[in-house]
Design a protein around this ligand. Sequence first.
Ligand code: NAD
Ligand code: TYD
Length: 354
Amino acid sequence: MTILVTGGLGFIGTNFILGHLAAGGDRVVNLDLATYAGNYGNLAHLPPEKHLFVRGDVCDRGLADRLLAEHRPRAVAHLAAESHVDRSITGPESFVRTNILGTFTLLEATRAHWEGLPEPERAGFRFLYVSTDEVYGSLEPDAPPFTELSPCLPNSPYSASKAAGDHLARSYFRTYGLPVLVTHCSNNYGPYQFPEKFIPLMIINALAEKPLPVYGDGRQVRDWIHVEDHVRALSLVLDRGVPGETYNAGGLAECANIEVLGRICSILDLARPRQGGARHMDLAVHVTDRPGHDRRYAIDSAKLESELGFRPQYSFPDGLAATVEWYRTNPAWVESVTSGEYREWMRRQYRQEG
Ligand code: NAD
Ligand code: TYD
């Protein structure tokens, strides 16, 4: 048996494939464009009979048709996306292309393939669309967490493009009966996350004694989930979720950015004290806020818990400590992903720090 994963060279895709294979899962065909965010080195050690990497674009209909016909996967797990909010603000077009047109293309190819499948393959087939809590927009400080019934109110080009994917996925279930599952997860952290995102960026900058850029007042709240908990949730939904349903996954760990940074700095103060008794937190600088910055996200995972038995296994303090340690002890990985393109992005995005 085979599953087709898109975006498998990225942060969550890598962890999903590693978790899936470690649990004895079936062979993976991994369709990924290997953009700046994808790193083949993450999975290069996997044997070819377990993992086949195909470099390609999810907008390429012919390629999707060929992969589905050739490998006859029992499921598609669609993770490929442009995923960084700041990049969506400076350049939204690739988000519309990959996240909307790419999702549409994959849905169309999958529908054509699925309609031609004999039973029982057809009944057992699944299409998992991995979405985000950001489609729900921003929560007031005292509002209850997002549920699957919260209105879709995206605020950034990233979240709007992911929401468009949600709507397309839903429509393919309602209109064509394609067995689609949708997940909305909160902010992930853990190994292999590209260091443009908050937690790895702060760890790596702190280790390099560089400024730690905090947007605005740093009081924005995110609900942090360890990526290994997220990929466990994805496997549960893929294996036992009900087609047409949506499942929210959160980490039970709401925390303001400035507090997350304080925790990272305290861990580093112990693990790698700075010279002269200085604190890592002294490197923090408040910079201009992100336009349209969502103030708070929080996820209610009660449905996933009651229907599929999901509970995050990492506490935020333990998961964060393990994550800091991973980046501290894997400088070669950091060096390998921080290409010239990444350095140019950092120069443009954080020019206010010089
Ligand atoms: P990522 O940016 O680390 O990885 C994205 C991957 O998609 C990369 O390997 C990239 O090469 C690939 N890709 C990009 N455009 C492509 C294209 N046109 N064709 C084929 N491959 C392409 O992202 P991530 O953090 O791993 O997120 C994975 C998925 O999970 C995304 O759909 C994202 O919206 C969703 N998600 C992420 C988070 C989070 O906190 N990171 C939370 C909830 C949901
Ligand atoms: P990010 O990791 O980009 O995820 P998202 O925007 O999808 O939630 O950012 C997490 C939070 O950290 C968000 O409130 C923006 C903030 N942030 C900073 O304060 N400084 C930074 O340099 C970055 C990248 C993010």
